[in-house]
Design a binder for this molecule. Structure first.
Ligand SMILES: [Zn+2]
Length: 323
């Protein structure tokens, strides 16, 4: 049962009834919403704000072109820059992954400037103002880092204050990511089951798992959902992310992804929290808010579809009303 049917009970403590100052239209406002896994070079980003997304985390793109973005533009973008991968590893050679977005790292060297060295690759992304470092651990599609190289990348990123996000796919890759103490997973694990000890380890590391449930079909989708459900149930931190640019997905809030999260037991206030956590931390969305016109949802079941009405507005255009 839903229990608390107030706006806060259904949508969490930061939801407020409000109206637009210009039009008088009533609705609900929420903090800015973030999609924590996108690829900007593969989408029409100008449609994101109308679709309710104020901020994105780009997890694989050309660091030079990402660094040229307007810092105050909409959507606000934090980014990893290029994928770091083993020589010949995923996603090198893929049609959607030109050489500008992949760096092959074959040497665990922590000295700056070593060709294909760990520090060289991390320093390049840091130099382009990356907020995170993305590593590809895809044993299903080519070679992956040995433990020493991955450890060197993580050590180097952490030294520069950058969290590491791993794409984990194929046998043993979740264990490798846990062993290397990566900070987040770009996708809830979908090719392997996360057993109790893996989940306990992930939570002890304070890992964040980015959802991306709806990019999968069949058995992968079910494994991802059940892994994420177990992780969230044990207290793990889940972030909403769609892998936008991968396949044909709506540009904006994705109701399929929200429904999948809801089905994994991440509901109501917890669901809103996956969208509103500003991670990695960024002050750039100050001054904007999410507005959803109309009545607030009356039950937890209604929340995913209700969020389809979300749009981004200047915060000053919204007037709070008493509940
Ligand atoms: Zn991706």
């Amino acid at each position: 049962m839903d229990g608390d049917r107030s706006v806060h009970g259904i949508l969490g403590p930061r939801a407020l009834l409000c109206r637009r100052a210009l039009t008088g239209e009533h609705g609900v406002c929420l903090p800015p919403l973030t999609d924590h896994h996108v690829h900007l070079h593969l989408i029409d980003e100008h449609r994101l704000a109308a679709g309710g997304i104020a901020a994105v985390l780009d997890l694989g793109g050309d660091p030079a072109s990402l660094a040229r973005r307007d810092r105050d533009g909409m959507p606000h973008a934090a980014y990893a820059g290029a994928f770091l991968t083993a020589p010949g590893g995923y996603p090198s050679g893929r049609s959607w992954a030109p050489p500008s977005i992949v760096r092959e790292v074959g040497d665990p060297s922590l000295h700056p400037g070593v060709p294909s060295g760990a520090a060289t690759a991390v320093d390049e992304q840091a130099g382009f103002s990356a907020s995170v470092v993305k590593v590809a651990l895809n044993a299903a599609a080519g070679p992956v880092f040995d433990a020493a190289t991955l450890e060197a990348i993580v050590a180097c990123a952490h030294e520069r204050g950058l969290p590491v996000i791993a794409h984990v796919e194929g046998e043993g890759m979740l264990a490798l990511a846990l062993e290397a103490r990566v900070d987040a997973l770009a996708h809830a694990p979908f090719s392997e089951w996360a057993d109790g000890s893996a989940i306990a380890r992930a939570i002890a590391l304070r890992q964040r798992w980015i959802s991306t449930l709806s990019i999968h079909d069949g058995a992968d989708r079910e494994r991802a959902r059940l892994n994420l459900e177990a992780f969230a149930h044990a207290g793990g931190r889940v972030l909403y992310g769609t892998d936008l640019g991968n396949g044909d997905r709506p540009v904006g809030v994705d109701v399929d992804e929200l429904t999948a999260l809801d089905t994994a037991g991440i509901r109501g206030p917890d669901l809103i929290a996956t969208l509103t956590e500003p991670w990695p931390p960024s002050p750039a969305t100050a001054g904007v808010a999410t507005f959803v016109p109309g009545h607030p949802p009356a039950t937890l079941d209604e929340v995913p579809a209700w969020l389809a009405g979300a749009t981004v507005l200047p915060a000053e255009e919204l007037v709070h009303e008493a509940e």
